[in-house]
Design a protein. Structure first.
Length: 293
């Protein structure tokens, strides 16, 4: 997203983020809706310049050193660009960047390899943050913006497994944010049934190598969502979202929304009609049945 030009836009809070490959391709609707959501919050987002793939998820299992250098180059770029806080949208990207940061901080030989490849060592000047950290006070903002209450949607919150595993690497505990995110969804008039599968792995990293196993994992998640009375799933990870819609054989699929899409629908943000057209599981029949489109 380009720099703000007008006087009003210059007053917006400025946030730098790492896009990652999904946000620019399979999860482009997530990125677009997320940017609109941030603007509604009074936040102007700018991408890390000249970013590259972080290596998620197969690179580290093929060549750990190359995976560290791929991710390490991004945090080195952020340091060079004077970015103190770099926000990461995708949990998988977040884990890869945090892992590289930990390795570079403790392994001098790996930092030397980064310097050889990129011209300088990483000095530890960047704080990596996950996007839910921006949403701490967001419910008040979004409650005022709702013009299309999403009554009738019953969505279970699906956080996935990568945000908290391993916590010693990510340094991120989703628990303090769960109530805030649930409240955020509730102010949109979306029901959020309780269920026990919010942090179960969907198997996205095994989708190519062990698809039959992943089908079973996704079917279990869908089954438990339906047992909880949900008619949709609300995801926070682009890899989880596509996996939950694409995989599974035995249980009828459910639409899987990004939280930013729901905010867009409820607030009638620009472009909200187009985001839902890109899903593998078409959510429009559900939304039309509830008169929400």
């Amino acid at each position: 997203m380009s720099n703000a030009k007008s006087t009003g836009e210059k007053r917006l809070r400025r946030v730098h983020y790492y896009p990652g490959c999904s946000l620019m391709s399979s999860a482009r609707d997530f990125g677009t809706s997320l940017f609109q959501m941030f603007r509604l919050m009074g936040t102007w987002v700018e991408p890390l310049e000249d970013w590259n793939c972080c290596g998620a998820s197969p690179a580290h299992s093929v060549n750990p050193d190359y995976a560290t250098l791929l991710a390490g180059r991004n945090i080195l770029l952020a340091e060079r660009q004077g970015i103190d806080d770099l926000y990461v949208v995708c949990p998988s990207c977040f884990v890869r960047l945090r892992t590289a940061e930990k390795i570079l901080a403790t392994d001098a030989s790996m930092n030397a390899k980064l310097a050889k490849a990129c011209g300088r060592e990483y000095e530890g000047g960047v704080r990596l943050k996950f996007t839910p950290e921006i949403l701490s006070d967001a419910p008040v903002v979004f409650e005022k913006a709702v013009v299309n209450p999403l009554e009738g949607l019953r969505g279970v919150l699906y956080f996935g497994c990568l945000l908290t595993r391993p916590e010693w690497i990510t340094g991120f505990d989703i628990r303090p944010y769960e109530k805030k995110l649930k409240r955020l969804v509730n102010v949109l008039d979306v029901e959020t049934p309780d269920w026990s599968y919010s942090k179960q792995c969907c198997g996205s990293h095994l989708a190519v190598t062990k698809p039959d196993m992943v089908d079973g994992m996704v079917d279990r998640i869908r089954d438990h969502a339906r047992r909880a009375g949900a008619n949709c799933i609300i995801a926070f990870c682009p890899l989880c979202q596509v996996n939950l819609e694409l995989r599974g054989k035995e249980v009828e699929p459910l639409p899987v929304f990004y939280i930013s899409e729901l905010i867009g629908l409820a607030a009638r943000l620009p472009g909200h009609e187009n985001w839902v057209k890109k899903h593998l599981v078409d959510p429009r029949p559900l939304l039309n049945s509830l008169d929400l489109l």
